[in-house]
Design a protein. Structure first.
Length: 132
């Protein structure tokens, strides 16, 4: 076992790389079906999430999300006047989306992937704090 890995953290890093490489990442604006598949993806990897939680490595999900899902085409979603904010927009999106996944996991996956997808879709496409 340790012939291929230095320690448990190395094993979990490898499992994360494999998980993210197997993830279907939509190009373009995510549709409700893409968002639902993302929640189903993480539900099917409960064992990996358990191992990360047990090892105190659950926060690595933020790092790996940035490493494997962020591409230059994200800039196309920002209005032209906001192009200089793309790094901050990416950090904001990653922390929100992975925070939602981690919270859902820590709550025991009580909501279905469909329910979580509806929540995430609403937050993506309708302002949460509308000005009055």
């Amino acid at each position: 076992f340790y012939r291929y890995f230095r320690d448990l953290e190395d094993v979990l890093d490898s499992a994360l790389v494999h998980a993210f490489q197997s993830m279907a990442i939509p190009r373009g604006s995510p549709e409700p079906e893409d968002i639902r598949r993302n929640f189903e993806f993480w539900l099917s990897r409960r064992g990996l999430l358990d191992a990360l939680q047990h090892s105190g490595m659950l926060d690595k999900l933020y790092e790996y999300t940035a490493r494997f899902t962020v591409t230059e085409d994200i800039r196309t979603f920002l209005p032209p006047e906001d192009q200089s904010l793309w790094q901050e927009a990416i950090r904001f999106a990653i922390s929100g989306s992975m925070g939602l996944i981690i919270g859902w996991y820590q709550d025991g996956f009580r909501k279905t992937p469909e329910e979580m997808a509806r929540i995430a879709y609403r937050m993506l496409y309708r302002p949460i704090l509308a000005k009055r």
